[in-house]
Design a protein around this ligand. Structure first.
Ligand code: HEC
Length: 125
């Protein structure tokens, strides 16, 4: 009897741990978390802060490409793009596919993650 009881408890504990880890795996990271993980090494979003390895992204939605105080590549500076959500989506999916010669060495292949990041950028624009 005692042994049976212990086994049941272990099974119940095991199942609830599994449920907890499945639930956390399904919770998508927020745009802010993604920005911190994927963008913040090179970009700041704080208005007026100096650009780092990449330009400051405060107010980027609606801004002309290459308009922050930063030493842009001629490719980005001369792109003639005005950043809207759709253009940012295309850019983040493949920066150098959209603007050959751009110096941003990473992309965000996951469409849902791009949307979350762009919503975060828009909230700071
Ligand atoms: C390894 C550094 C690095 C990372 C990480 C990075 N970027 Fe960039 N990004 C750059 C550089 C460098 C430029 C300027 C490129 C140029 O001048 O050709 C840039 C330019 C941009 C621009 C154009 C800015 C303007 O003023 O026109 C946007 C928008 C942008 N990045 C968004 C992002 C987002 C969103 C992320 C995160 C998903 C990200 N970047 C991650 C380095 C990076």
């Amino acid at each position: 009897m005692i042994r049976l009881h212990v086994t049941k408890t272990v099974v119940v504990l095991g199942l609830s741990c599994m449920a907890a880890s499945i639930a956390s795996a399904q919770t998508a990271p927020t745009g802010e978390q993604l920005f911190k993980q994927r963008c913040q090494a090179c970009h700041t979003i704080a208005p007026g802060a100096k650009g780092m390895m990449g330009p400051n992204l405060a107010g980027i939605v609606g801004a002309k490409a290459g308009s922050s105080a930063y030493a842009y590549s001629p490719a980005l500076k001369g792109s003639g793009i005005t950043w809207d959500k759709q253009k940012l989506d295309q850019y983040l999916a493949g920066p150098s596919k959209m603007i050959p010669g751009v110096r941003m060495p990473m992309s965000v292949p996951d469409a849902a993650q791009r949307q979350a990041i762009i919503a975060f950028l828009a909230a700071h624009s």
